[in-house]
Design a protein around this ligand. Structure first.
Ligand code: PEP
Ligand code: MG
Length: 912
């Protein structure tokens, strides 16, 4: 490549423009730099940085993100942007000695999106721009390769037609496939120049018919239209969804990179590939990637041809291989992070097209961070931020064993629910149930559907994993499997599922019911055949080492929400420092216990209720004993009963049907009498909105004997365990209070029963009585409530429900629309709404501590395991967060990152 510098233009010398919209990069010198991700986007900044470092980068220019924001505001590109682009184009033409789409040696360019944070595949790209009916002939002559020229032109019409003119890709695919059939061609590369020329004519007809205009022959018009389409692609649904999931602002906009084309499809000394400087799946320090000879970029990713492992490049082009190794090593050292790169070889000459920090699994993230500290590339403090807290979940779920296995990736979908699943394909939920069988050892099946619906739930329940060809990260399959802790790959668009024919087609292969596949829910890969799986490794030595660096920065305690000893043991294994919420009603979900709980709820007088409670007491006491033993002196926060009653009662509608059937068939049966009585009581208890009904402390206030029984069970258990020599630290928690007198009423009962038990047993144990703050009023009068409450735990599930006025049970009917419309940026039940709910939390803490400066404050809503919410809890000065056992590790790292970013004064956490 030429080393001459860019010619300066007249305009530049005369006056500096107010906003610089366009940044050129060419021949060892770029106007921008790697630090300008805000303006140039990740790709543009990378191209500038590589150019400045003297690496072989095809020259071009980047139109910065401000121009996209402008476009979004006004719907057009300003004359200043146009002027600067023309200017940059002219300079590029001069440098190359070519003209865009003109003459014997036409300049051809690629037009690519590139936002600040990488959004792989979400926005649009156009290659070979500048080709038209004339320039394609020039290219054919110059390259002495007409096939290559026509192939490039047909690709341009296809990409341009799809991206700019919004013609479905399938319209072009149909033409192409028909031509292949007609010519009996197996591979795309089997079509010769003549056939491709015919394809071009057909493609043009598709454009005329669908877009009601001709494919533009004017290259300049092509460029302008492509640029605007890339700006628009920032707002496409895919991109919007990706931003929502990854918490990227909609306001950033994308840059547009226009770059001289280099061709990997010029014959057997050309090629193209992608790679990573380390293995992104397991973090091994190895050169990793794949390439194809005589191909353009999309061939590598589209699965039309099977790419070759990158190490093979050493055999075919040893010099190019060495140069690539050298360059990528340099890039990794320069960026001090694992790189994900793209390259093209044009007639034996290497060009770098992109480099960026590579996405990786949690396992790889931890290992790469540790290696880089050991290699002296980064400090331990930096390493802490190289792992996303949510990625640690990878250590807690099974993985595919890829060592020595032959991996054929059939498709890559969305990593909807992490973990691994290996099983035989079934296509319907009923078949899943049938094939999986019963008992403890089920046959592993993978349920493959175009999409799942609530009707599939029985099949999802028994399947080892779920694969869908449609749907996103919030599709039914994704949401349900995450709740089940089951592996799921969703929206694997390359797979065609024919449920009727019981077939799945992908990469030209047909899979039938009973065929084995393996799913990787962490990366979204669908792999052919039966791989082995590796068990979860929560005590992985490298994870331990990594956490050992992070944990000293953590100020927040991390407790678990656990109701039974088994969960508590699990939570401790993951590092929980106590139980933040034991939902006592969950202790009664077991089959043998529900009848007693139901009897207690259905009792319509105190005597019957006390009788039922008497049966519950020993069970509850035994559970508490178990919890205290497991937690061995760590705090155990026990919440008094807060059952939305409907969860324990038979369904009113079902009872009505049963009664009606018996009335018609066996009007004298004693069962009918019993059911009628039950129905009457269920109707008495029926509530229109049970979530806002007779629950929380309201239950203990109307039926004090319930609180008495629970307090007795807690203290009898604590004393029994203390007598064994095990320390206990009970925190008794009153739910759903909104008034000081509610707290005083329930706290009074708990303290009285404690004294009674201590007297009876001749032993005292330490305990606290506190409350959940889960209603706005409680937060606002927290100074009052703290007179009686010795600790607060924010129940942000209910607090979100009551602050927004959204019903927890029904919100999913409106949430998808709210998210799609951008009314809400995130699901407020998943990530704490800082502006509203968070403000109430802040007020609650401040006012509570005004009354009681040493008030212990925590959170036990779902948000306690969400990294950004944990960061918020750190900022507002909570003492601990509590979350489900499987999120404890995530919460520990999120809390450590929050502490570290405070202490080290670095920008909080997230590496994107
Ligand atoms: C809450 O409301 O945040 C909470 C933890 O309690 P539950 O989810 O049981 O209502
Ligand atoms: Mg609650």
């Amino acid at each position: 490549m030429s080393t001459q510098t860019l010619p300066e233009t007249h305009e530049e010398r005369a006056s500096a423009s107010p906003v610089k919209y366009v940044y050129s990069f060419a021949a060892g010198k770029a106007e921008g730099s790697g630090t300008m991700k805000n303006e140039l986007g990740g790709k543009g900044a990378g191209l500038a940085e590589m150019t400045n470092a003297g690496l072989p980068v095809p020259p071009g220019f980047t139109i910065q993100t401000e121009a996209c924001r402008d476009y979004m505001r006004t719907g057009k590109v300003s004359s200043e942007v146009e002027r600067q682009m023309e200017d940059a184009l002219r300079r590029l033409e001069q440098l190359q000695g070519q003209k865009l789409g003109q003459g014997d040696n036409p300049l051809l360019v690629s037009v690519r999106s590139g936002a600040k944070f990488s959004m792989p595949g979400m926005m649009d790209t156009i290659l070979n721009l500048g080709l038209n009916d004339q320039s394609v002939e020039a290219l054919a002559k110059r390259s002495n390769n007409p096939r290559f020229a026509y192939d490039s032109y047909r690709r341009l019409i296809q990409m341009f037609g799809n991206v700019v003119l919004e013609i479905p890709k399938s319209d072009f695919d149909e033409v192409f496939d028909a031509k292949k059939r007609q010519k009996k061609a197996k591979l795309d590369t089997d079509l010769d120049a003549k056939a491709l020329k015919e394809v071009i004519d057909e493609y043009k007809k598709v454009v005329r018919k669908r877009a009601k205009r001709d494919f533009p022959q004017d290259s300049h018009e092509q460029l302008v239209m492509a640029r605007d389409a890339v700006f628009r692609s920032w707002q496409n649904d895919r991109a919007k969804t990706y931003r929502r999931i990854n918490n990227i602002s909609d306001d950033l906009g994308t840059a547009v990179n226009v770059q001289a084309m280099v061709f990997g499809n010029l014959g057997e000394t050309s090629g193209t590939g992608v790679g990573f400087t380390r293995n992104p799946a397991n973090g091994d320090k190895e050169f990793y990637g794949e390439f194809l000879l005589n191909a353009q970029g999309e061939d590598v990713v589209s699965g039309v041809r099977t790419p070759v492992p990158i190490l093979e490049l050493e055999k075919v082009m040893p010099q190019v291989y060495q140069q690539l190794r050298q360059i990528t090593n340099r890039l990794e050292k320069h960026y001090r992070d694992m790189q994900d790169f793209e390259f093209t070889i044009q007639e034996g000459k290497l060009y770098m097209l992109q480099t960026r920090n590579g996405k990786r699994t949690g396992l790889a993230a931890v290992r790469v961070a540790i290696q880089m500290v050991e290699e002296g590339l980064i400090s331990k403090e930096e390493a802490i931020f190289r792992v996303e807290p949510n990625q640690l979940y990878d250590f807690l779920v099974p993985r595919l064993d890829e060592k020595k296995a032959k991996i054929e990736v059939l498709a890559t979908g969305l990593p909807a629910s992490p973990g691994a699943a290996v099983g035989q394909i079934v296509f319907t939920a009923d078949e899943a149930v049938e094939k999986a069988g019963h008992g403890s050892k089920r046959n592993p099946v993978i349920l493959v559907r175009a999409e799942t619906t609530p009707e599939d739930i029985h099949g999802m329940e028994v399947a080892a994993g779920i694969l869908t060809s449609r749907g996103g990260m919030t599709s039914h399959a994704a949401v349900v499997t995450r709740g089940m802790g089951k592996c799921c790959v969703a929206g694997a668009g390359d797979i065609a599922v024919d449920e009727k024919a019981r077939e799945m087609r992908v990469k030209g292969q047909v899979f039938k019911q009973g065929d084995w596949i393996s799913l990787d829910g962490t990366t979204g890969r669908v792999i052919k055949g039966k791989l082995n799986t590796l068990d979860a490794e929560p005590d992985d030595p490298e994870l331990m080492k990594f956490m050992g660096w992070a944990e000293p920065f953590r100020k927040l305690g991390v407790r678990a929400n656990a109701d039974i000893p088994r969960d508590a043991i699990q939570a401790r294994a993951f590092g929980a420092e106590g139980i933040g919420l034991c939902r006592t009603e969950h202790m009664f979900f077991a089959e043998d216990r529900i009848p007693h709980m139901r009897a207690m709820i259905l009792a319509d007088n105190e005597k019957d209720r006390r009788a039922a409670l008497k049966k519950l007491l020993p069970m509850q006491r035994a559970d508490f004993i178990g919890l205290f033993r497991v937690m061995d002196g760590l705090p155990v926060t026990i919440r008094l009963l807060d059952p939305p009653l409907h969860e324990f009662l038979p369904k009113r509608e079902e009872l009505m049907v049963e009664v009606a059937v018996l009335e018609a068939t066996k009007p004298r049966s004693p069962k009918l009498k019993e059911l009628k009585a039950l129905l009457r009581r269920v109707e008495d208890l029926h509530e229109f909105n049970p979530m806002l009904g007779h629950r929380g402390c309201r239950l203990g206030i109307t039926y004090p004997e319930i609180t008495e029984m629970q307090a007795r069970a807690i203290f009898e258990a604590a004393v029994a365990v203390a007598k064994e020599g095990v320390k206990t630290h009970a925190e008794v928690m009153i739910p759903l209070t909104a008034a000081l007198k509610e707290m005083a009423n329930q706290g009074g009962i708990v303290r009285r029963v404690a004294e009674e038990v201590f007297k009876e047993k001749g032993m005292k144990v330490h305990y606290l009585v506190g409350t959940m703050i889960e209603l706005p009023r409680a937060a606002l009068i927290a100074d009052e409530i703290a007179k009686e409450a010795e600790f607060f735990s924010f129940g942000t599930n209910d607090l979100t429900q009551t602050t927004f006025g959204f019903s927890r049970d029904d919100v999913n009917k409106i949430l998808p629309t709210y998210l799609a419309e951008g009314i809400l940026k995130q699901d407020p039940f998943a990530a704490l709404d800082r502006d509203g709910v968070g403000e109430l939390v802040r007020i609650g803490i401040e006012r509570g501590r005004k009354t009681r400066p040493d008030l212990e404050v925590g959170i036990c809503g779902e948000h306690g395991g969400d990294p950004s919410s944990v960061q918020f809890c750190h900022e507002v000065g909570m003492d601990y967060v509590a979350c489900s056992p499987f999120r404890v590790l995530t919460a520990r790292l999120a809390a450590a990152q929050a502490g570290a970013s405070d202490k080290l004064k670095v920008e909080g956490g997230r590496t994107k």
